[in-house]
Design a protein around this ligand. Structure first.
Ligand code: UFG
Length: 343
């Protein structure tokens, strides 16, 4: 039986590469689009080594409508798209707003236009819990009001959500879409053949933790311990990237089955909130490695605490995470050691 083709933009990236593996293992035929501006081809060697097959790759930019048309034409029978490709650094987006709006919003518009031309109706979109801003109550449900974004990056996610709602609401467009609001993805594939590849100094907590443990960075700085949280450090919902990848498979299956509404939004998190200090302690427990850390000043723009209410994703999407924080951190550490060995 032939596999159902799903186009994965940004399929060589951190979340994209894990989703490609899970899609293939669930019986789909992923087809990757990537321009490698923030990813490396070595990720696809890892994917091939896990799956034992090469996944088709088109090295194009999603903003390039002609190139996208050529991919849809060549592939012939694409049934759905998962759109990961986007810029994702909050701080950088403040320095380069034009690039962020152009790339993140522009590529979605181009993709939707070409999908409509080729009659492709199912789209899973990578959104973020950043759309909730500083929430008034925790945990956040999908009904929690979204807030004014505090960075151009966050604004692009809100704009893309609005665009998708409007486009899907017009019946002529025949678009069905699932917006997945990710909380904080961490961890790596159990094989340690794929994982996060931060370029330069990591901005995110877990890559900084693993690089500190590996001796690449001297010391982790915890960004403030005077927040209104039990231990004073920020609280986040850290979700294993393999669990997150599986949410995309379930979303694609739901879109293809046509059982849901035209537009559906789901939180993808564990439903647990963990503080930065708890992450540090869990890492030490999971790996036996002591971390050198200090408390620094708060990072501007940080939300004090956010974690997901996952009732809707469990009950309607039928999706639940399974990895513990320790398991996720152990997999990040295994991946860090693999990176050290391969360099
Ligand atoms: N942190 C540290 N030290 C570090 C790095 C991070 O203490 O060296 C803290 C942060 O201050 C924060 C927590 O660890 O409290 C998590 O920080 P990350 O940068 O890993 O993640 P964020 O929650 O800030 O950002 C993530 C995604 C963004 C997304 C945002 C939505 O990386 O893309 O969630 O809230 F916009």
């Amino acid at each position: 039986m032939s596999r159902t083709k799903i186009l994965v933009t940004g399929g060589a990236g951190y979340i994209g590469s894990h989703a490609v593996v899970e899609l293939y293992e669930a019986g789909f035929q992923p087809v990757i689009i990537d321009n490698f501006v923030n990813s490396r081809e070595s990720a696809l060697d890892g994917v091939e080594s896990i799956l034992g097959v090469k996944v088709p790759l088109h090295r194009i930019d999603c903003n390039d409508a002609e190139a996208l048309r050529a991919v849809f034409a060549e592939e012939g029978n694409v049934r759905g798209v998962i759109h990961f490709a986007a810029y994702k650094a909050v701080g950088e987006s403040i320095e380069k707003p034009l690039e962020y709006y152009q790339n993140n919003v522009g590529s979605l518009l181009t993709l939707l236009t070409v999908m409509r031309e080729f009659g492709v109706e199912a789209l899973v979109f990578s959104s973020s819990c950043t759309v909730y801003g500083v929430p008034e109550a925790l945990p956040v449900t999908e009904q929690t009001p979204t807030k004014q974004a505090n960075s151009p990056y966050g604004a692009t996610k809100q704009m893309c959500e609005d665009i998708l709602r409007d486009v899907a609401a017009a019946p002529a467009n025949k678009l069905r879409t699932i917006l997945l609001r990710y909380f904080n993805p961490i961890g790596a594939h159990a094989s340690a053949k794929i994982g996060e590849l931060p370029l330069g100094v990591p901005q995110n907590l877990v890559p900084y933790v693993t690089q500190t443990a590996a001796g690449i960075r001297e010391q982790l700085t915890i960004n403030g311990d005077t927040y209104d949280t039990p231990d004073g450090t920020n609280i986040r919902d850290y979700v294993h990237v393999v669990d997150l990848a599986k949410a995309h498979v379930v979303a694609v299956q739901r879109l293809l089955a046509g059982t849901g509404e035209t537009v559906e939004t789901f939180n993808v998190g564990t439903g647990r909130g963990n503080s930065v200090l708890e992450v540090v302690q869990a890492f030490e427990r999971a790996t036996g490695v002591k971390l050198n850390y200090r408390i620094g000043p708060p990072r501007p723009g940080d939300v004090p605490a956010i974690y997901a209410d996952v009732t809707k994703s469990v009950e309607i999407l039928g999706f639940q995470t399974s990895a513990s924080l320790e398991e996720a951190l152990a997999s990040s550490w295994k991946w860090q050691q693999h990176l050290a060995d391969s360099q």
